[in-house]
Write a protein that binds this ligand. Sequence first.
Ligand code: NBP
Length: 483
Amino acid sequence: MSQKADIALIGLAVMGQNLILNMDSKGFVVCAFNRTVEKVQNFLNNEAKGTKIIGATSLEDMVSKLKSPRRVMLLVKAGSAVDDFIKQLTPLLSKGDIIIDGGNSEYTDTQRRCKDLASNGFLFIGAGVSGGEDGARYGPSLMPGGHEEGWPHIKPIFQGICAKSGNEPCCDWVGQDGAGHFVKMVHNGIEYGDMQLICEAYHIMKTGLGMSHDEMADVFEDWNKGELDSFLIEITKDILRFKDNDGSPLLEKIRDSAGQKGTGKWTAIAALEYGTPVTLIGEAVFARCLSSLKDERVIASKKLGGATSSKFSGDKKEFLVKIRKALYASKIVSYAQGFMLLREAAKSFNWKLNYGGIALMWRGGCIIRSVFLGNIKDAYTRNPNLSNLLLDDFFCKAVKESQQSWREVVSQAVLLGVPVPTMSSALSFYDGYRSETLPANLLQAQRDYFGAHTYELLGKEGKFVHTNWTGHGGDVSASTYNN
Ligand code: NBP
């Protein structure tokens, strides 16, 4: 009989095919399978021709071709397709075999699957995979979590095929149950934030400064040489330079209505769930929602007035430096918020997350890859228990140096009528976070006034009291909602 496969991969769409080719090129024998079985032979005859990749005609055939313990990776549409395959696979597998879900599954589904499969003796791993088609083929960022006993069995494959930052793999064990998919979800949320920040910088340059596409491309090219050096800044430069067949910028012909697949929304929902102010990602999701109201916006644009002037009249060159600094400071806040959310979830689920390790996993291979993530890794290496990125000396200094520019850019954008929801919400968060005193004293008083929700007095924390504010209300306080 021919050589047995190291791993099976189910799902021959863009991610699955490329990950299989990647595994093959790193010396692993992969058995390919797909719901629509004809796609297996098609893949073997074309993309996989001349490789060691083998195919299966059924799940039974696939399982029989695997080394033990069997490793089966799913790269199918998230949701019921994953459950359907798990249901079909478990009668064919043995205790100790490993099922890996590499799709964009919701972390709560992964938690449920971990629990169900553990009760039957299987090992389940929910692994975030990032990097799109190219990443899958040449080195993705991989974020595995779930049953840790399964990790040694897949580690050589995962760390063999993933992206590298220097010599270090952009893949390591994340944590129990849904931790891998939670980290991937936050990664995607941060990606939403990074993209929206870049869009706001572009909007100010185009509308406020009246720059041409080539001029803007030059600016992004320049920014890509400094602290903003990243995949997203680089592709933005390429997009701005791209000309349609008629020689005009293709970008201007693209309908300004953004799509979304849900992972940004999940991050915002998780932020609300864990009471973490992940404001920038939330605004980035809403910015996409607002953009999709194109028809309404067209009507409103004819009716609703705006700023007195939409053209910037100061020194453009100086202002461009300020936009760069505003983008950088906002980005620091976004990542600080993302890591705050990771910390809260880790507390809730008792995950022992390695925050520096997560920054390293995102350092290469994925869409948010950047030099900046190396700075985050360094911050957590200096202090693994860092409570907030903003408190690290490097980032504290970086924000201090950018702060005035950031304020000027947000103010200018407001005066020019250019929307900057993520830059401005990041600045508000920063101002709130650094405030010893916020107006929540008034809020507490209002709550107590109308709902007898009680409040704490400064210096007497932990003791909740109620005031009869009107003289005609009672002295009885509500027993819930104190916090
Ligand atoms: P898709 O998300 O388009 O899924 C296609 C695969 O899912 C095919 O193998 C298809 O089988 C299978 N499938 C579907 Br659709 N419905 C099914 C069902 N009800 N039962 C069983 N199989 C079903 O592929 P992809 O873009 O390669 O993504 C794969 C996973 O990786 C997804 O979870 C995605 O969110 C995630 N991801 C994608 C990217 C990216 O850039 N595309 C990046 C990172 C992660 P068929 O051939 O029989 O229809």
